[in-house]
Design a protein around this ligand. Structure first.
Ligand code: SF4
Length: 436
């Protein structure tokens, strides 16, 4: 069971691969499972509450099947004191291990089974990156490929650097090798994944400056049989010209940049320790749009950061109106114990946060709809993912700009690249007809 971000989804694929190598098969229902592993998130307190909720349900299952092994791994055990907390609050958990111990999972699991005792393994130190771990991708058509682990940025609201460790990049040959083997197995789209992909390679090649990621994009772009390349997440401070040039010149690199801005106020950006101003952000977006015609730009925004005044918030609304994002993921700030911002004075009242996020969402939804309506009558290339789960008789897929498109089709269309003429455009999806 995976909680949290794509990084965890990816780690879960590795865990599934290791289990498969040990002779286990996936089970759709925890009731039938011999081993249940919760790969946890600690970014918000609510994420941990959900994990404890699941552990409560599993306790009841385990009472009827004492042989079941329950494991908790990922970011939560990595938070100071949390591993002991799991053992105290959920003594039926047999195995607790951290993000730095992922590759030890088979050994730890055997220890639990053979020695019939609980095992805890949470290293504080990130070791060398372990390559060659087996992997069981959740999707054969599209895959996530980690290029960096950890993060050095220490944004003041974020716990990731404390639980995922310092930033470490995988060697380019390891990344390229993984993508090649995915493509050989039928994968057509990869998303290169890191907390800050733009600083890729700085840890082993200082001379590369910001060019390490641009070079990697070019190498992945050259892989035969691959159709689309995406990347996540970009950091506005490190989004340099080399990367913009690579995106513009690499035909497989999709015209979509997810560039979290977080706030439109310089004072708040400084308190967040983001390392750029709103003007620098606008400048990066302008350069990207100039170099890559038709590019979609999406963002993340945090509302109600400590000290955010109405004037600061209005600067965020102004930036959103000016930049006109294709979509934005909006979050209400919630203090995370262990991060500097949790101790900042001037925490914003909950009702103020709620009122602000409602204004922001209303503004952005209107912009998203208007931007989508610009697609009316256009032909867009869609990589078909299969039958639409919520729309009978329809298939769905994504444009290169990462917009969801629905059209008459079926599961049999999965894996095809089709051109679709857009006939209707809403906030969440485009609707169209396949051009024969
Ligand atoms: S860049 Fe900032 S928000 Fe993103 S993972 Fe690193 S510290 Fe957290």
């Amino acid at each position: 069971m995976t909680f949290g971000c794509q990084m965890n989804e990816h780690d879960s694929e590795r865990l599934a691969g290791m289990l498969e190598e040990m002779g286990y098969e996936p089970s759709g229902d925890p009731q039938d499972a011999d081993v249940v592993v919760l790969n946890t998130c600690t970014v918000r307190e609510t994420a941990e509450t959900r994990v404890y909720g699941r552990l409560g349900e599993l306790k009841r299952l385990k009472a009827g099947r004492p042989g079941m092994v329950i494991g908790v791994c990922g970011c939560m055990p990595q938070r100071e004191g949390a591993a002991n907390e799991v053992r105290r609050r959920a003594p039926h958990v047999d195995l607790v291990f951290g993000t730095h111990n992922l590759d030890e999972f088979p050994t730890l699991l055997r220890e639990v089974i053979e020695e019939r005792r609980p095992v805890v393994a949470v290293s504080g130190e990130e070791g060398e990156i372990v390559e060659g771990l087996p992997r069981r991708p959740g999707d054969d058509l599209k895959a996530w490929v980690t290029i960096t682990h950890g993060c050095d940025n220490y944004c003041s609201y974020c716990i990731v650097p404390y639980v995922r460790g310092r930033e470490r990049s995988r060697r380019p040959e390891a990344v390229v090798g993984e993508v090649e083997s995915l493509v050989a197995a039928g994968c057509r789209e990869v998303t290169l994944l890191g907390q800050n992909v733009n600083s890729y390679g700085r840890d082993f090649d200082e001379a590369a400056g910001g060019a390490g990621f641009a070079r990697l994009l070019r190498r992945v772009n050259d892989i035969d049989g691959l159709w689309r390349v995406r990347y996540m997440t970009s950091h506005p401070r490190d989004f340099g010209l080399e990367v913009i040039e690579a995106i513009a010149s690499c035909g497989k690199v999709c015209e979509h940049v997810h560039l979290p801005v977080q706030s439109g106020s310089d004072a708040i950006l400084e308190l967040m320790n983001r390392g750029y101003t709103a003007a620098r952000y606008r400048d990066v977006v302008a350069r990207v749009r100039q170099a890559v015609p038709g590019v979609a730009v999406t963002t993340d925004i945090i509302v109600g950061f400590p000290g955010e005044t109405e004037a600061d918030f209005r600067q965020t609304l102004d930036l959103v109106s000016d930049v006109r994002f294709d979509a934005a993921f909006t979050f209400v700030y919630s203090p995370r114990a262990g991060t500097p911002a949790a101790a900042f004075p001037e925490q914003v009242a909950e009702e103020v946060k709620k009122e602000r996020i409602a204004r922001l969402i209303a503004l952005q939804n209107g912009i998203t709809r208007e931007e989508n309506q610009k697609e009316l009558g256009r032909s867009v290339e869609v990589l078909v993912e299969g039958a639409s789960p919520k729309n009978p008789g329809k298939a769905e897929g994504r444009t290169r700009t990462n917009k969801l498109v629905l059209f008459a089709g079926s599961q049999g269309d999965r894996g095809k690249l089709v051109n679709v003429r857009v006939v209707r455009a809403g906030t969440w999806a485009l609707h169209g007809e396949v051009i024969p």
